[in-house]
Design a protein around this ligand. Structure first.
Ligand SMILES: NC(=O)c1ccc[n+]([C@@H]2O[C@H](COP(=O)([O-])OP(=O)(O)OC[C@H]3O[C@@H](n4cnc5c(N)ncnc54)[C@H](O)[C@@H]3O)[C@@H](O)[C@H]2O)c1
Length: 369
């Protein structure tokens, strides 16, 4: 019987446990906090009960699903796991200590996976006896619903570990996209210009409502400000700052003052009742140039990631469609608009860029003439 171990039973861990249990796999789950262990199955039961009530899940299937998950006291009780996934706090020393504890009890071929959003998987592998079996499995929130999982290989990850992680995660119904151990992986990185270029437009005097309206008209389910308001300006700022630091402050990851000011104001979005746009709605008078400009920068960022290796155009497109619900990926945009058009827009933006954005629009190698 294949067994998945999940460590950390917060938002992500509980959802990850549910995803594998739904697929019929046995799950061993634990958390450092006793209360989190004691309440885990009740929390899951409560969230699944909503699905039973709406007729999406049979009561018997709920019971079967829960019976596949065993909560145990700690990593020492996870010795029969084939794949162990951690979803504990985002601190590298805690993740490293956890992997060391798991290594001591797991069979030599068991795979170790981190659900980190922002830490280097390679840095986590340092000090492990078998670094070749460590990789990243980056789930999206809510994990039982979101189809995408980024499969992150660090330079020393072995093919056997990648293959097992992929097979088991695909069995859980996920679309698994390989990606390199680079800051932000695919989605969190390639999404940056969606927000950043919208903030650049705001800085130039355009309104949040017209910018979002332009993106809705171009087929996006939410505009950049609608998305920031949904997730929270504080969360967006943290992700932007983390990537800017990891990329040595490159202007493609510029942290716009408007975003900092928004967070300082306390109007973080839906959760506080007011955001960049919320509770207003996008203005219905779109300007095509806005969407073409934001999409040109999305194409360029994807081009820079592609140039770093470890990923493919199709994978990047799929990741952005599934991870952000984008109507099309950057390489589909490139195919539809043509290289000359995209390049022309970037060159015009570069020519007009203010000092703090110089270098932001330098075309990726795949676009260069
Ligand atoms: N929340 C998201 O949207 C999201 C999305 C993708 C990835 N992630 C990543 O997933 C991980 C978990 O995030 P979360 O939002 O579920 O956090 P969370 O705070 O909801 O849950 C973390 C859980 O880990 C437990 N924990 C902490 N240290 C532990 C240890 N040493 N051993 C066992 N359990 C421990 C905590 O008690 C808590 O229950 C982080 O690495 C985060 O970056 C989060």
């Amino acid at each position: 019987m294949t067994t998945i171990a999940v460590i950390g039973l917060g938002t992500m861990g509980l959802g990850i446990a549910q995803a594998y249990a739904t697929a019929g796999l046995a799950v061993l789950a634990t958390d450092a906090v006793p209360k989190a262990r004691e309440t885990a199955l009740d929390r899951l039961r409560a969230s699944l009960a909503l699905r039973v009530r709406s007729g999406k899940l049979a009561q018997a299937d709920l019971e079967t699903l829960l019976s596949r998950i065993a909560v145990v006291d700690g990593p020492e009780a996870m010795g029969r796991a084939d794949l162990a996934i951690e979803a504990v706090v985002e601190r590298i020393e805690i993740k490293r200590a956890l992997f060391a504890a798991l290594e001591a009890v797991l069979p030599p071929d068991a795979v170790l996976a981190s659900n980190t959003s922002s830490l280097s998987v390679g840095a986590m592998a340092e000090g492990l006896a078998r670094p070749e079996r460590l990789l990243g499995l980056h789930f999206f929130n809510p994990a039982p619903v979101m189809k995408l999982v980024e499969l992150v290989a660090h330079p020393g990850t072995g093919a056997a570990a990648l293959e097992r992680a992929r097979r088991l995660t695909e069995a859980a119904g996920k679309t698994v996209i390989p990606c390199p151990d680079r800051p932000g992986f695919i989605v969190n990185r390639c999404a940056r210009p969606f927000y950043g270029e919208a903030l650049a437009l705001l800085e130039e005097g355009r309104g949040a409502a017209e910018i979002d309206a332009a993106m809705l008209a171009a087929g996006y389910a939410l505009g950049p400000f609608g998305l920031i308001d949904l997730v929270g300006a504080d969360i967006n700022l943290a992700a932007t700052e983390s990537l800017a630091a990891a990329m040595q402050g490159h202007p493609r990851y510029h942290v716009f003052e408007a975003l900092r000011r928004q967070v300082a104001s306390g109007d973080l979005g839906r959760k506080t009742g007011r955001g960049f746009l919320y509770p207003e709605t996008p203005d219905p008078a779109p300007d095509d140039a806005i969407a073409l400009r934001i999409e040109a920068t999305l194409v360029n960022e994807a081009g820079w990631l592609l140039a770093e290796g470890g990923t493919m155009p199709d994978g990047i497109d799929t990741a952005l469609r599934l991870g952000l619900n984008f109507p099309r990926g950057p390489f589909q945009i490139l195919a539809a608009q043509g290289r000359e058009q995209v390049l022309d827009r970037l060159e015009r933006l570069a020519a007009q860029a203010p000092v703090h954005l110089r270098g932001r629009y330098q075309p990726a190698p795949m676009l260069a003439r």
